[in-house]
Design a protein around this ligand. Structure first.
Ligand code: SF4
Length: 317
């Protein structure tokens, strides 16, 4: 059974030119210990999807759909319900470790505070800090340091420890390796994998870097213009992407052996504050046919393990 399921999630924001529909009917499921990635270019709706799952969208956002935790819709209960589950069931590692930590407080005290806010004692907070530092591979004395006294990798480990303070079952990791060098990136990805395996933690990795995905995740959903256009196992997605946009993403990602010639994706994603007609990828798609300009493709199951939204899938690809 799924631990968490997102069902037909739609998120819109008011804007001068009309509503920006940032997330369009996104659905996926995650079992305990499962790791999936949301992949796509900036502005495709990945982070907005995560913020909706945390109930942390800015005031004025229009949200519909369901976020089912153990089969119960936590979105339906409004802010009171989200507050009950935020951090204790579903936690998030935000982009940019420096922004996630209070720069004028020692790192350890920030974890103690998180435990206290959720009903624990100061003593329990200190014990939890020691436990978490060991779990994420940080020496206990680093708890006394301020964020600027830690290296980039140590800060990211501290942010992960902070997110785990209240023993969540789902961790949403938004670009957790941004601004880290390649070796530290690999260590952080390895840490997330180890935590997922040892704690049974379900992980959603949000990234624009497809190369990271197979290192951590079992499956990946590719998003474009607010929608999932392909959802597949990492092996299938990287080895034989079905959707033309997913293929372009794979071709634009350097593989570790440096065998692949890099290709860029021409054009830009569509504006989301204007109505979309047909397939949103059509203006950039080299394989588009006439119906792509007028008819939006639905996300259809190709087999039990893969779905794709393209008129040509099953015909040409
Ligand atoms: Fe390209 Fe048409 Fe498929 Fe869209 S539906 S990805 S435009 S071929």
């Amino acid at each position: 059974m799924s631990l968490i399921s997102v069902r037909d999630l739609v998120v819109g924001f008011d804007a001068p030119a009309g509503e920006v529909r940032a997330v369009r009917s996104v659905s996926f499921d995650l079992a305990p210990g499962e790791r999936m990635a949301l992949v796509g270019e900036s502005g495709c709706g990945k982070t907005t999807t995560m913020l909706a799952m945390m109930g942390l969208l800015p005031a004025g956002a229009h949200v519909s759909g369901q976020v089912l935790l153990d089969g119960v819709d936590i979105l339906a209960g409004g802010e009171a319900s989200m507050r009950r589950h935020r951090w204790t069931d579903v936690a998030m590692v935000f982009q940019g470790a420096m922004n996630a930590l209070n720069p004028v407080r020692r790192v350890g005290s920030q974890i103690v505070e998180a435990v206290r806010i959720h009903g624990g004692s100061r003593r329990a907070g200190r014990d939890r800090t020691r436990e978490l530092f060991e779990l994420v591979g940080l020496a206990p004395e680093l708890a006394q340091r301020f964020p600027h006294e830690l290296s980039g990798g140590q800060r990211q480990r501290a942010v992960i420890a902070l997110a785990l303070a209240c023993e969540p079952r789902v961790l949403l990791a938004d670009e957790p390796t941004t601004a880290l060098d390649v070796i530290v990136q690999h260590q952080i990805v390895q840490l997330l994998r180890n935590l997922s395996e040892s704690l049974g933690l379900a992980v959603v990795l949000v990234t624009h870097d497809l190369a990271l995905v197979p290192q951590l995740c079992d499956r990946a959903a590719v998003m474009y213009a607010g929608s999932i256009v392909e959802n597949a196992s990492c092996r299938d997605l990287v080895g034989s992407p079905a959707h033309p946009y997913a293929r372009r993403l794979v071709e634009a990602t350097p593989d570790l052996a440096g065998r692949r010639r890099l290709a860029s994706i021409p054009g830009v994603p569509p504006r989301l504050d204007q109505p979309l007609f047909g397939c949103p990828f059509q203006p950039r798609c080299a394989e588009a046919v006439d119906r792509c300009a007028t008819e939006a493709p639905s996300l259809l199951d190709l087999d039990p393990d893969r779905s794709c939204a393209c008129h040509l899938v099953g015909v040409v690809v």
